[in-house]
Design a protein around this ligand. Structure first.
Ligand code: GLV
Ligand code: MN
Ligand code: MN
Length: 411
């Protein structure tokens, strides 16, 4: 059979995306399936059921990663497709979910055509890619590929005080399969871009060359809570003031450095958080990212010095905790070429590009040839219920995924 004539079934893929997106659906659109929540469990159960119906051999490892294996003609390492199905607290239905369900669609196409690939195939989803509830992000794939200690990950407490280990047991996904030893022949991940570049340039496919470095820090600031009217400015130990200053400094750092540097304060909490009380405690997070490790380190240094100087000036105690730290990752150029070539062969416009978001693929990249395929995000919006990618754009990405998987699995 001529494999180049195989076509993904876009209606089937889209139906599954919408069905999975209905679990944890938010009233005005979008979805909330924080890692290891009840909604995450329901989403997992559904995808596992779909995997079994496709005849995949499903395994769950000790950090709750789920892999479905399809044997090939020969034993050996599987050509692996994966992503995640957890979401941020108010996210879209595409982030992560598309990559997993497109992987299942590849399997469905091969089943329908009665094709057994030479190499085995695996499709998986990895625990807590988002990192919104439990830090770091990419937790499951990091443990899976041997870059994060299992016990350390299981002990992590989330924003609600529960631990990863407890929550895995509670939702029934504390599996038996050991972590850190799975190796893939190669790894592919289809994902929405989550940024504006492809849309602005009118491109259909992104051939992702790598992922930028990520640095997440939490600052817990302690001062003295006091009366907002009676406490002279010179006598204040205002934790809220330093937190606000850190947020402004993060923006200043990114502006001063320019280039690819980005900086975000995504979490800011005051105690007691009342109009007429000086905050005695504050918690703030800073997310710094750059494609260049040296520049990322320079941004971290500048923030570190700023916090130390200003905490001393306001007589505050600051506890600093690294929540996540990943160096920039480059994908295998041969694999990036493969994505580009396949997209061109199918008649799609392609742009090579870095990824601004973190992805499970970056955990595979040091261990096996890895590549990602991006499809556009309408208006560049993501981590937002309004996240949207058109059916045509999804179809193009899934078709490229099918092509590159076959290319690797048939030789
Ligand atoms: C994960 O989605 C990240 O890049 O923050
Ligand atoms: Mn994602
Ligand atoms: Mn995400």
């Amino acid at each position: 059979m001529n494999l180049t004539t195989l076509r993904i079934d876009l209606d089937r893929l889209h139906r599954q995306l919408v069905t999975l997106g209905g679990i944890g659906a938010l009233p005005g659109g979008g979805v909330a399936r924080l890692a290891l929540s009840d909604a995450d469990r329901a989403g997992r159960d559904l995808v596992v059921d779909w995997m079994r119906k496709l005849g995949l051999q499903v395994t769950v490892d000790r950090i709750g990663n789920v892999l479905g294996l399809r044997p090939g003609e020969s034993d050996g390492l599987p050509v692996t497709v994966g992503s995640h199905i957890d979401t941020v607290k108010a996210g879209g239905i595409y982030d992560g979910n598309l990559g997993v369900l497109a992987g299942l669609e590849v399997i469905a196409v091969l089943n329908d055509a009665g094709i057994v690939t030479k190499r085995p195939l695996a499709v998986g989803f990895f625990t807590n890619e988002e990192g919104s509830r439990f830090a770091p992000d990419m937790m499951g794939s990091a443990v899976h590929q041997g870059f994060l200690d299992l016990d350390q990950a299981l002990a992590v407490r989330g924003i609600d005080g529960k631990s990863v280990g407890e929550e895995l047991v509670r939702i029934g996904y504390a599996g038996e399969v050991p972590t850190g030893i799975f190796r893939a022949h190669c790894y592919f991940e289809l994902h929405v871009e989550q940024g504006p570049v492809l849309e602005q340039e009118g491109m259909q496919i992104g051939a992702v060359e790598g992922v930028q470095g990520i640095s997440w820090t939490e600052y817990r600031i302690s001062g003295v809570s006091n009366h907002a009217g009676t406490t002279p400015m010179r006598m204040r130990r205002d934790a809220g003031y330093l937190a606000a200053a850190i947020s402004v400094e993060a923006r200043a750092i990114a502006q001063a450095m320019g280039g690819d540097q980005v900086a975000t304060t995504g979490l800011l909490q005051f105690k007691p958080n009342l109009v007429n009380v000086i905050p005695g405690e504050a918690v703030i997070t800073v997310d710094l990212r750059n494609t260049d490790e040296m520049l990322l380190q320079a941004a971290e240094r500048r923030m570190h010095e700023f916090v130390a100087r200003n905490a001393a000036a306001e007589n505050l105690d600051v506890q600093q905790r690294v929540l996540a730290r990943f160096e920039p990752v480059a994908f295998d150029p041969v694999m990036v070429d493969l994505v580009e070539r396949e997209a061109h062969r199918l008649g799609y416009s392609v742009r090579r590009m870095p990824s601004g978001a973190g992805h499970d693929a970056q955990m595979f990249a040091p261990n096996c040839p890895t590549a990602m395929i991006f499809v556009p995000s309408v208006r560049g919006i993501s981590h937002n219920p309004a996240e949207f990618t058109t059916q045509d754009q999804i179809g193009a990405g899934a078709q490229v995924l099918l092509g590159v998987v076959l290319e690797q699995a048939m030789k």
